[in-house]
Every structure is written in C-alpha cells, then in structure tokens.
Design a protein around this ligand. Structure first.
Ligand code: SAM
Length: 162
C-alpha cells in the first residue's frame, strides 16, 4: 500500500470512529477534549457535529487554520504533560468525549506519549466517556470497544469508560 493510500485509510478510520463516538455521546452531558489541534481538521469536524458543545483543545503551538481555532478560554497551550494537571484542576472529571490525535510520525515516541498522558486523561473523564485515539494505550486494553463499520484493527482505537 502506498503512503497516500495509508494516509487516506487512516483519515477514513478517524472519521468513522469519531462519527460513531459522537453519535454515542450525542445525548450525554459533558465536554469534548481534542488533544492535538494541528490544522484543526478534526476539531472543525467535531464542532460541526456537536453544535453548542464546549470543546477544549490541547496543543503545543497553535498553528491551525484561523477558522479552526477556538477562543482562548478553550485552549490549553503547551506540552500535554504540563497542561493536563492544569486542565484537571480547572475542569475535573467532566469530559464525555476525548480525541487523542497526538501522533507525530515517530511511532515509538507517540506510543510512549500516549502511555504517559493516559493516567492524567483518565482524571478528566465522566462515567461512560469515550476516547478515540490514534495510538494504542496498553493500560486501557480492558476498555477497548469494538471498532464500528468493520474498521481494520491498528488504524484507530476506541476506549469506552463505562
Ligand atoms: N487533529 C489535528 C487535525 O485534524 O488537524 C492533527 C493533530 S497532529 C496529528 C498532532 C498534533 O499534536 C501536532 O499539532 C503536535 O504539535 C501536537 N503534539 C504532539 N505532541 C504534543 C505534546 N507533547 N504536547 C502538545 N502538543 C503535542
């Protein structure tokens, strides 16, 4: 498979997983958290499907399309590991949907980062929260949910904190 095909499949899997998670939490109370604002593509998608929902974003350096940047009050700017304790004290366990889109292209580093932030992310979750992640989180193996639409294992991960 070419790198183009692989990138397309990854984005398709991301959209299918996010759409499924959004439909699951549609009638639930809670915030949405986006880790890795990047270009703002997935933030924009979630915002469109969840109008009126508070969405907080985490990003080392905001560089998204100007239309895809939330107000400052909804930004945690800095390293995830530094901003997560700030978010825990500000927001508490209030998130019903979390999107981890943290991959930098360096697989080992991205996996390690996911493992490091996972215990802090857990502190932000409401009961029944769903985490859609571009990285597998070994410590959350028992929370893994079946992938919708026969998605191929390994492109996207869904964790359900029932
Ligand atoms: N969700 C984005 C989109 O749809 O446009 C793409 C996100 S991109 C795959 C990953 C982002 O995570 C990058 O913008 C990068 O700066 C950010 N990132 C990676 N590691 C980080 C860290 N330790 N702290 C803060 N931001 C980080």
């Amino acid at each position: 498979m070419s790198r183009l095909e692989s990138a397309i499949r990854r984005l398709q899997a991301q959209k299918i997983a996010l759409d499924w998670a959004i439909s699951e939490i549609q009638n639930e109370v809670g915030l949405v958290l986006e880790f890795g604002l990047g270009n703002g593509r997935t933030f924009d998608h979630m915002r469109a499907l969840l109008p009126g929902r508070d969405i907080y974003v985490f990003e080392r350096k905001i560089a998204a399309h100007p239309d895809c940047i939330p107000e400052k009050a909804f930004q945690f700017v800095g390293d995830f590991l530094e901003m997560l304790p700030v978010a825990v004290s500000k927001l508490g366990p209030s998130a019903i949907l979390v999107h981890l889109d943290i991959g930098t292209g360096e697989k080992t580093q991205s996996l390690q980062l996911a493992g490091k932030i996972a215990p802090l992310v857990e502190k932000l979750l409401r009961p029944n929260a769903i985490v859609v992640s571009d990285q597998e989180v070994a410590n959350w193996a028992k929370k893994a949910a079946p992938l919708p639409d026969n998605l191929e294992f390994g492109r996207i991960y869904i964790y359900h904190f029932k």
